[in-house]
Design a protein around this ligand. Sequence first.
Ligand SMILES: [Zn+2]
Length: 356
Amino acid sequence: MGNTVFTFTDIFYVKDDLIEKIIKAMPQEEIAIALKRESTEIRKRFYKNLPSVEDSKDLKDEIKYSDAERPERIKAQEKILALIAQHPDYKKIRFQSRFYSFEDFTDYIMRKSAPEKPYGFASENTPSSSFFSSPKGAQALEEIMQKNKAEEHESFHIPNTNIYLVNYSECPECGQTYSFKKLMHHYMNPKPDPAFKKGKEVQVRQDARMFCIKCKKYFLPSLLLIDDIPKNEVQFLGMINTLNAIEDHYEALGKAALTREETNLLKSDGVSTRVYRDLDEEARNDFAAAVFNPKTAGPPSKILKGIRSDIFLKELESRPALICNLLQYSTKPEIALNLILGINVEMKDVLYGTWR
Ligand SMILES: [Zn+2]
């Protein structure tokens, strides 16, 4: 397998006795549903382990005539994955986990959940921007969107949904508004704070505060979820804050993810050079290239070409802010789409063009 994440297609490598166990533990109909959209190679793993030729013909027919929709297929696949997860060989492996549909994802992301504890470095009294509690929320939003437009920054559209993500960055103290570009500049070049004794790189990773140049105070910007009107709000994080917080989330679960898992770091001497060339080409003018510019801290020898996307949004379900921020930094719509579908690992997606 070569990685620590198991997706449904990895069934190809599962030993025969375990496939046999799955066949015995589940109704044939459910196995057929799970295999409906899978390749012949994967299906053959099951045909081969059925007791007779007639049995495999039965399963073939059942697959052929099944009209199960995606939610049912995912449920059936999850049941198979759960059986594999029980096997001692797979104790340390993370298993694919997905939203059932775009509706399922939309419902989840638009639901107003209990507010999350603020991410990143902030004192208890650091105030947060909030469209919903600001007395001039609508006016400030208008200002922010105009500033973004003037800087040719488009709101991030979550593919296959009606949802747009907009930085709601109004200083709660003085009402000053900040564009997306201004936020990005600040997050990559934060006002040095002596609290970060180890220097700028650590601050870039951990400091989620925005410094208001007008009133000289810190605040936490928010990220507004808008369909026809603003509906929901989470904390806004810089790109590096987002990675850091996701990595911390996994670390708390005893797992290494993103840059903390060595095999996710794609270097120029890696396996698939074609991927890197394409990325470099596309990243030349895009946002990722700008934020990972070589002027930020860190030894130049550590320059990497990308980060393997080894996380499942479903595993971050208790952290809507991390999901929204990760999506808003997707460099291509396909990357966001695959994340929502939970197929990013099998598609071998790479987050961001370069990383140092
Ligand atoms: Zn201010």
